[in-house]
Design a binder for this molecule. Structure first.
Ligand code: CA
Length: 475
């Protein structure tokens, strides 16, 4: 559907042109389905545009939340959010690693197309361009519809001039600029990583709460105008020895009350217990933002999207096996399901029914077109978005807008999914051949069906190669 619109040469803009179709989307999105069409243009301008809150969790696995089946974890606020909206079982991320995943989310474009398909380690994050400057991200689009935008938390998309959140369209920013930091001192690699807009900043307190509270304050200040509030939490990124002074133990960090929720001592050295406390504190942070929407009576007109940036990392001997991608295979930085299929919940009162489940294959890049339509904008005409509006699928009114989903991770791994089948080539493993799995009967990707379903595998391989050629040549 979105491809058709791009070809028709729509421009990013407000509803000035005000087609029947764009009004329909805006009106239905706000729950004003009873309005009659003679009011189309004038009414569209007077309807209140929905606020958009995106909570981007870090490294939370498919099996980490109670509402996704983890009975050892306490995540009551996220579970409640799921009961108030739609919980997705087949939602994917554009890349299995933090940095390109963020680029894909915010541009609506595949990492292979937007030029950021790697986690960049070798260049100081303060000097990184990361996402090429010709890329346009969500807040810049939404500004054309009168939205104010704030980003609170882990940026991880470069901090060279031109790359900073406020350079790229956010009106304000407060958070850690790198891929992770100490949860209390905000140190990354020996120096302070916390910034407000473009300047170094200080904060007292636990990062999850500090970022949630900054978001709440932004929401209060902007309660009378449409806003985008993007909250990329630093949690639950794993502890990094680079963030610790010599001799300081590198352990999962959580506030005492999160340990107490389980009856654990905050002094416990059990990484599994410590991780649970981190996730429960994250759930508390999510709850603070949701409470603020309720308190300000904004919840009815706010789209809340909660998702993870990649599957949990399951690296042995680093205290990471405590996270869960169950029942999926492997985890972050791989294209196995555990690396790319993630928890995702969307609450959109009036548009998405509570207590629903969406089993359609969707991807994080779909959020940009969803947000643009919700704001009354059309899609950009000067570039291709890989995301497609997922709203009808989320609302249970249609199947996925994607015939295929594609992944290309660095120069190493490739995958394509069509319906129940997934073809994958993990070139960093000992087996570099394509493998075929039936996700409907084998969600854990255990039985390679390549030989048994050769025709399907060949068709998917041809489709993947055709897509890769197109995506690397077309902006
Ligand atoms: Ca991550």
């Amino acid at each position: 559907m979105s491809r058709t619109i791009v070809k028709q040469g729509y421009h990013i803009g407000t509803n000035a042109g005000c087609s029947r179709r764009s009004f329909l989307k805006g009106a239905v999105g706000l729950g004003f389905t009873g309005l009659s069409f003679p009011h189309v243009c004038n009414s569209a301008h007077t309807l209140k545009k929905p606020n958009i809150v995106i909570m981007f969790l870090d490294n939370i696995g498919y099996g980490d939340l109670t509402c996704y089946g983890n009975q050892s974890m306490k995540t009551p606020r996220i579970d409640r959010l799921a009961s108030e909206g739609v919980r997705c079982t087949d939602f994917y991320i554009g890349s299995p690693s933090c940095m390109p995943s963020r680029g894909a989310l915010l541009t609506g474009r595949h990492p292979l197309r937007n030029g950021l398909n790697e986690q960049l380690y070798k260049i100081d994050e303060h000097q990184q361009i990361a996402l090429p400057h010709y890329e346009v991200i969500l807040p810049r689009y939404l500004a054309k519809a009168g939205y104010v935008s704030g980003c609170f938390g882990k940026w991880n998309l470069g901090f060279a001039p031109g790359s900073r959140p406020t350079d790229r369209g956010f009106n304000e920013y407060f958070g850690n600029i790198s891929g992770n930091c100490d949860y209390y001192t905000y140190i990354y690699n020996g120096r302070n990583d916390l910034h407000r807009n473009t300047e170094p900043a200080k904060a007292n307190g636990y990062s999850t709460y500090v970022f949630a509270d900054a978001a709440c304050e932004f929401i209060e200040r902007n309660k009378d105008r449409p806003f985008l509030c993007y909250i990329p939490f630093n949690a639950a990124h794993y502890p990094n020895p680079k963030n610790k002074p010599p001799g300081t133990p590198c352990l999962w960090q959580a506030p005492d009350e999160a340990f107490e929720r389980y009856g654990y001592s905050p002094e416990t050295l059990d990484e599994r217990k410590r991780y649970r406390a981190v996730v429960t504190a994250l759930d508390d942070g999510v709850g603070r933002v949701l409470d603020q929407l309720d308190r300000l009576k904004l919840a009815e007109n706010t789209i809340v999207i909660l998702l993870s940036d990649n599957g949990a990392f399951l690296i042995p001997a680093r205290g990471l096996e405590c996270a869960s991608n169950k029942p999926l295979k492997a985890g972050g930085t791989t294209l196995w399901e555990g690396g790319i299929r993630i928890p995702c919940i969307v609450r959109w009162p009036g548009r998405i029914k509570p207590r629903t489940i969406c089993r359609e294959p969707l991807v994080s890049m779909d959020i940009v077109p969803m947000a643009l339509y919700a704001a009354g904008l059309s899609l950009p005409s000067d570039r291709t978005l890989d995301g497609k509006d997922p709203t009808a699928a989320l609302a249970g009114r249609s199947s996925s807008p994607h015939k295929y989903l594609y992944w290309s991770w660095g120069n190493r791994s490739n995958a394509i999914r069509k319906g129940r089948y997934k073809l994958i080539r993990e070139r960093n493993s000992t087996n570099q051949d394509w493998q075929l799995f039936d996700l409907q009967t084998d969600i854990g990707e255990t039985a390679n069906l390549l030989a048994a379903r050769l025709e399907i595998a060949e068709q998917l391989k041809t489709e993947y190669e055709s897509w890769e050629k197109e995506v690397t040549n077309v902006c």
